[in-house]
Design a protein around this ligand. Structure first.
Ligand code: CA
Length: 361
């Protein structure tokens, strides 16, 4: 339907082509009436609370980029979680075509598609830059698009939080013993790893973590990294801030587009939407790296937060369990198998290079 608007008859079509780059299209041509360019209006729903630092603002940045790069030909209006659809219905809303775009993280859909987790983050998996490399150069993005195609959804990388932190603890972790019975807010695969290691994962929404920690209902909680954790004030509810973020070593966010909405765009606009996603993907990682480093300094120097590294026996056990768990994700069906094989082969070679190249100290 939309494509038809572009193919108007004779002189008008020539005029539209001639002034395609002009915002108000006010070129006056003898014999032809002045006509404004068509503006395609899209709706983007997100899994983030409205205006949420880094993630929600990243989705808004993506919408602005689409508007800017298309020279105003596409306008995207962004809705936070719950404003139009609840956070966990973003995929379905894009799939059904009730909205054209969504922004979230693929591991939210692991109930429907277990291997979707590979395209956001898996415990002890790829770093942010390694994710970019696997997706863009290692065949990952094509597999992601294949996984979502039956749902009428076209995914692109749309941001990255970089590596997260292991979380906030009110109990010191000296060895694997201290994990036994540890009540921790940790969702997804990380939570499953904790459970298999003897802990008790708790499902608590972001907005309720602070009070659960403060009231002692849980002993520990992971959220994101210093940038978001400082804003949520967790340092007032827990003593120790543990690293590294083994559970999410470089989480890719997704921009998802309804396939028909995408295909109804002229070719140049399709390329512009994809390019805008890559710009937003890169911008968010740059933002998190800057803001995390600044926020960590504030947490330690201003709020006296005690930084601690998880002991080696804990990390070793978590890694061993994670590798089993991630292997299970690849056992569901033929495509999951292909995704796991691609991810694992990339990871093995990337980690060899990481260990050689990053051994500065
Ligand atoms: Ca997290």
């Amino acid at each position: 339907m939309k494509r038809r608007h572009f193919v108007t008859a004779g002189a008008t079509a020539t005029l539209l082509t001639a002034c395609g780059q002009s915002k108000d299209c006010s070129i006056s041509t003898a014999g032809a009436s002045t006509e404004k360019q068509e503006v395609i209006k899209w709706t983007m729903v997100t899994t983030w609370p409205p205006g949420f630092q880094g993630l929600g603002t990243g989705a808004e940045y993506l919408a602005e980029q689409i508007n800017k790069l298309s020279n105003g030909r596409i306008k995207v209006k962004v809705y936070g979680a719950g404003e139009l659809v609840p956070a966990l219905q973003v995929f379905d809303a894009v799939s059904s075509g009730s909205v054209q775009m969504g922004h979230g993280a693929s591991y939210y859909w692991k109930g429907k598609l277990p291997s979707a987790s590979f395209f956001s983050s898996v415990p002890f998996g790829l770093s942010a830059q390694e994710m970019n490399s696997w997706l863009l150069k290692g065949g990952g993005l094509e597999l992601w698009q294949e996984l979502y195609a039956p749902f009428n959804v076209f995914p692109m990388p749309g941001g990255n939080t970089d590596i997260q932190m292991a979380g906030w603890f009110n109990k010191e972790i000296k060895s694997l013993e201290d994990i036994q019975g540890l009540k921790m807010r940790i969702p997804g695969l990380g939570g499953e790893v904790l459970k298999r290691a003897g802990g008790t994962p708790e499902l608590i929404a972001g907005g309720e973590i602070f009070s659960a920690l403060e009231m002692g209902r849980i002993d520990a909680a992971e959220f994101v990294g210093p940038f978001n954790d400082l804003a949520f004030g967790f340092y007032k509810a827990a003593k120790f801030y543990y690293y590294p973020g083994w559970q999410e070593p470089g989480t890719t966010l997704e921009a998802i587009i309804n396939k028909e909405a995408m295909e109804s765009l002229p070719q140049d606009l399709q390329e512009i939407v994809k390019a805008a996603c890559l710009v937003a993907n890169n911008d968010m990682l740059a933002e998190f790296t800057l803001q995390n480093s600044k926020a960590l300094k504030t947490l330690v120097e201003k709020h006296g937060v005690i930084l601690k590294k998880l002991p080696k026996d804990v990390l070793d056990k978590f890694q061993e369990i994670s590798e089993e768990l991630v292997k299970e994700l690849g056992e569901n069906d033929e495509l999951s198998n292909k995704i796991y094989a691609s991810y694992l082969a990339f990871k093995e070679s990337a980690i060899e290079w990481r260990q050689i190249s990053q051994s500065l100290s």
